[in-house]
Design a protein around this ligand. Structure first.
Ligand code: PHE
Length: 476
């Protein structure tokens, strides 16, 4: 409605006058928003109802700093007003004021010769001052003409900045009519029955208009980065482990990893134990015996934990607390020379991996990460010593998040302890480097997402997933 009225005002004005010389004046005199008015002029110009010529004007506007002084007074006056008649010590004065206001205000007030900077006290040299800066700023704000010298002073203090104002002068165009004719966009049954279609003028087709966005499936960023993780590890020569056993016994989840039975992670507050079925049916007995022994008495050069190891504790079923439970099973099977069972991968967000060979070192572990993450396009990595019951040394991996401007943990790793490996029967000189990587954290880094809740869970923004590029072009 408003738009139509403004359109009528323009066309009506041109019926009696040659020209709207300045759209800015025209809009403010009639209380029309200038932006709205220029939109209408552009549209009328497009249909050649009117002929519009650009007008550009340089004008001054307040910067953010300028706006605060226009409201609260210049810093020099603010400083001046805080100083009592008998003077004040510089330290107390400083404490009373906003640091930025104080810093600028003090030096300006000294420059203006308003203050006497004594050894002990700051005192006033004059009784009253005039806030010229605030006055000038207010006048600029109101669009009043002000002295070039004043402009210069405000400009030097970065309180004002030039801005180009754009408007139009408008005259009748070749298609001018005092009222814009409405073109029909649809031909209806009524038009046909009434016969008024004969006099209707139709809007032309716009063949270059964009169509409706196509609805379709979209891959979540996590799925795309997961695929990339997988492909990179496969390219590096890794094989997949079956990770579909979400229910695991405490034995493979903890005991086999040399995690003592009284470890806090094993109590019911931190782990979900199963009621049905409460315990596992099968464990390899000779290996269980060696695990028990290494917990209780040590061996292989270790003192062990020196406690009473209980079989019932190891039998308890739980929801796998980490994918390292899969690693312990795989390592054991690897040694038993059983074929790897290639079950399909269920969804999981911890990327577990290990390398088992003679003479591996922590340097190999670091090398795997540098190689893997640089292929992913993340080269800023840091490593930090950490603790796991089943690895020594242990090492956390950090990646640099440019958006958050900080290092975020992206994985945990280490070299499996001999107390874990030797009961399995692995040869003594075999070392295993292993890790559990996060999928979410690297995805956040790669997609510049700074809140993990934007990525996964019930608060995830579906339109964000649609708008994500199909693939990321690496920046490194
Ligand atoms: N299980 C560890 C975790 O959940 C990851 C890890 C795997 C650490 C292998 C060391 C070795 O954080």
């Amino acid at each position: 409605r408003e738009r139509e009225m403004a359109e009528e005002v323009i066309l009506g004005f041109l019926e009696k006058n040659d020209e709207i010389s300045d759209s800015g004046d025209f809009a403010s005199k009639r209380g029309i928003d200038h932006q709205e008015l220029t939109n209408i002029i552009k549209s009328l110009h497009g249909f050649r109802f009117v002929d519009a010529q650009d007008i550009k004007r340089e004008r001054w506007v307040l910067t953010e700093e300028g706006r605060t002084y226009a409201a609260a007074g210049s810093p020099e006056v603010q400083v001046f007003l805080v100083i009592p008649r008998e003077g004040i010590s510089l330290v107390v004065l400083q404490r009373k004021m906003d640091p930025a206001v104080f810093k600028i205000g003090r030096s300006q007030a000294i420059k203006n010769q308003w203050l006497e900077m004594g050894k002990q006290l700051v005192t006033k040299k004059v009784q009253n001052v005039q806030d010229n800066v605030k006055d000038m700023l207010t006048r600029v704000q109101n669009g009043e003409v002000i002295d070039p010298k004043e402009i210069d002073a405000l400009k030097r203090r970065k309180l004002i900045a030039p801005q180009t104002w754009k408007g139009y002068s408008v005259r009748k165009g070749p298609n001018y009519a005092p009222k814009r004719k409405k073109f029909a966009t649809d031909l209806t049954r009524d038009n046909l029955q009434r016969g008024d279609w004969k006099d209707m003028e139709f809007k032309e087709y716009n063949f270059s208009a964009k169509g409706q966005p196509i609805e379709g499936g979209h891959l979540h960023a996590l799925l795309k980065v997961r695929q990339q993780f997988k492909m990179i590890f496969l390219q590096m020569g890794f094989e997949e482990m079956p990770t579909n056993n979400f229910v695991e016994s405490s034995f493979w989840n903890f005991d086999a990893l040399f995690q003592p039975q009284q470890h806090p992670a094993r109590d019911s507050h931190d782990t979900f134990f199963l009621q049905v079925p409460p315990t596992t049916k099968f464990l390899p007995e000779d290996y269980v015996e060696r695990v028990k022994r290494v917990h209780e008495f040590g061996g292989y050069g270790s003192r062990g934990y020196e406690y009473d190891w209980k079989r019932e504790e190891a039998n308890k079923n739980l929801l796998r607390t980490h994918t390292t439970a899969v690693s312990s099973r795989m390592l054991y099977r690897l040694h038993r020379n059983e074929a790897v069972d290639r079950t399909h991968l269920a969804e999981f967000h911890q990327i577990e991996g290990l390398v088992c060979d003679r003479g591996l070192t922590l340097g190999d572990l670091i090398g795997v990460f540098n190689d893997f993450f640089s292929r992913l396009g993340m080269s800023k990595l840091k490593f930090k010593p950490a603790y796991n019951p089943y690895t020594e040394p242990s090492m956390e991996i950090f990646g640099y998040h440019e958006g958050l401007r900080k290092w975020v943990e992206i994985g945990n790793s280490g070299m499996f302890r001999p107390e874990m490996l030797l009961p399995m029967g692995l040869p003594e000189d075999v070392r295993v480097i292993a890790w559990g990587l996060s999928l979410e954290r690297p995805t956040m880094i790669l997609y510049g997402i700074d809140n993990i809740r934007d990525l996964f869970g019930h608060k995830v923004d579906l339109s964000l997933i649609k708008k994500n590029p199909l693939c990321r072009i690496g920046i490194e």
